[in-house]
Each structure stands twice: as C-alpha cells, then as structure tokens.
Design a protein around this ligand. Structure first.
Ligand code: HEC
Length: 145
C-alpha cells in the first residue's frame, strides 16, 4: 500500500517537473533562452541597477542559502541537485554564464521557468532588490572567474 502511494507521488512529481500539460518556454537545450522571444532583446539590454559590491554579493549569498531556498535545488556548489525531469542549471558552467544576461535571470526569478521545477521567487519569497543581489551571487559560481 505504502509502496503504491509512493509510486503515485513519484509519478506526479515527474509529470510536473517534465512540464506535463504546461505550455511554456521550456527547451531541452540549456543554453536556449528561457524568456519569451518577444521580450528577449529588451531583457538582454537590462542590467542590474545595483553594482556588484562585496556587500551586495554577501546579501545575495544569504538569500541563496536562506529565505530564497535556492540551495535546496541549486546546491551548495551551484551545480544543482539531480531532480526527476529537468534538473537545475549548472551555475559553474562558463558558457551558460556568458550567454545568460542579468535581465533574463530576473525574468526567470519573476516568472519561474515555465515547464520546469524552477519556481517564481521575486514577488513571492524575495523582493526585487533581493533578486538582483542573488543574481550577483550566482555570478560568483562562474568557474572561469
Ligand atoms: C524547487 C527547485 C528550485 C528552487 C527552489 C530554485 N530553483 Fe532555480 N532552477 C530550478 C530548475 C529545475 C531550473 C532549470 C530550469 C530550466 O532549465 O529552464 C532552474 C533554473 C534557474 C536559473 C537559470 C534559468 C536560465 O535562464 O537558464 C536561475 C538563474 C535560477 N534557477 C535561479 C534561482 C534562484 C536565485 C533561486 C532562489 C531564489 C532558485 N533558482 C530556486 C529549480 C529550482
């Protein structure tokens, strides 16, 4: 009995995380943009309004490991835990770090990544300013720096 319930729960989890039934921007290529095509240019021009000072990065680190709950999926080293369906991004990947702009990341923090387990964060568990801080912190995972 317990085993059946367990299997049903795993099934539901895989379904949700594989994007079952959710129409969205999900793409199996991790470098492919996550934002809607019509917003891409505008978001790529959008920079963080805050400079990446050590204080700002430290504030972002606290959010990543604290109330943002980022660490539960993205792990201590930024490489991400293995999840059923589509796993989180490897933040240490220099190619991804170079391709993805701050403005695109902010869109994902505000909207989640449709069709994946990446949840809405800004406006729900963290503020917009905290979102920019955590983006500055994510940049510190870049292996090429
Ligand atoms: C429940 C698990 C989960 C939590 C919690 C979570 N993420 Fe994610 N995140 C994911 C998954 C899965 C992906 C991969 C989505 C994709 O491929 O589009 C992802 C992708 C991302 C991306 C990359 C999107 C892109 O454009 O390539 C960023 C940036 C990100 N997360 C930031 C965060 C931050 C910051 C937090 C905390 C405030 C957070 N995530 C919390 C699961 C999570």
């Amino acid at each position: 009995m317990m085993r059946t319930i367990h299997l049903i729960m795993i099934g539901a989890f895989v379904f949700l995380h594989a994007g079952g039934g959710v129409a969205g921007a999900f793409h199996p290529d991790i470098y492919h943009p996550r934002v809607p095509a019509e917003l891409l240019e505008k978001l790529q021009d959008m920079d963080s309004p805050y400079p990446a000072t050590p204080e700002r990065i430290e504030a972002g680190r606290k959010i990543y490991f604290g109330k943002g709950l980022c660490v539960t999926c993205h792990s201590n080293d930024g490489k991400g835990v293995k999840l059923p369906g589509h796993s989180p991004r490897d933040f240490t990947d220099p190619k991804w770090q170079e391709i993805r702009t701050d403005g695109e990341m902010m869109w994902v923090l505000r909207n989640g990544s449709p069709g994946t387990g990446m949840p809405v964060r800004v406006g729900k568990v963290i503020s917009e300013e905290e979102g920019w801080s955590v983006i500055h912190f994510i940049r510190t995972f870049n292996k090429s720096q």
